[in-house]
Unconditional design. Sequence first.
Length: 275
Amino acid sequence: MPQLADAATQLTRHLTDATPPLLGAFLPAGFPDQISCVDLLHGLVQHGADILEVGVPVSHPALDGPAITAAYRQALAQNTRMQHVLTTVRHAAEAGAPVVVMSYWQAVLDHGVQRFAHELAEAGAAGAMIPDLHLNHAATWLEAARSAGIHTPQFAPRTADDAQLARIADVASGWIYAPAAHSATGYEGVLDVGAFGRFTARLRARTRHPVVAGIGISTPAHASQIAPYTEGVVVGTPLVRPLLTQPRPEGAARTKALAAAFAQALRDPAEPRAA
């Protein structure tokens, strides 16, 4: 297997030593604009984010709710394209936290699979997750990413059976993404923490990869409840929403304050870390 890029090695080290769980902060590239996005990503690291996740804007993100969809469309309206995503990754990596890109498969195909993987590595990304890529069609992407030395985190649907989870674990690198809610992003309802714990136990029976949770972790209290079962928690919609609903200075300040609150919640989980 090709050697991992430095950024991917850093991500592995961070997740392996994740006590308490790491905070992943998500922001679409080019949102709220191309300059402010980079400033905000640096600010999120300063306010407690351990991993940065940069989204590739698309017009119809099938797994995302209204807030992230609106943010993607705002970025696209400001002419954010893949070259801007790569520039954002390059500048975000200078903040010192590993950067993982989140992209839908069609955007990768449009750019070119090999090109996407190698340009991400050159920009300093640690990896990329493509949540809508079916594993039966993933060989080209997995080969390209591994040749570039970047991780391929995998999304594990809550509906997956044991055989599917084993397959997901077999092709993943970096981490396995476990949704806290069976929903699109932006879910704000009650979390069934017990069900999530049972799901992560099924994952851990089939893999030694770190488990990172996302989707539905809408408050710091939710993060505290989920923390005992994971090596990381990803927050997206709560950080995006103030940037959509408040004037820019106030929205940016609120987003950074929320990142700090989520980071604090992970340092003070609701119960001891699960085995």
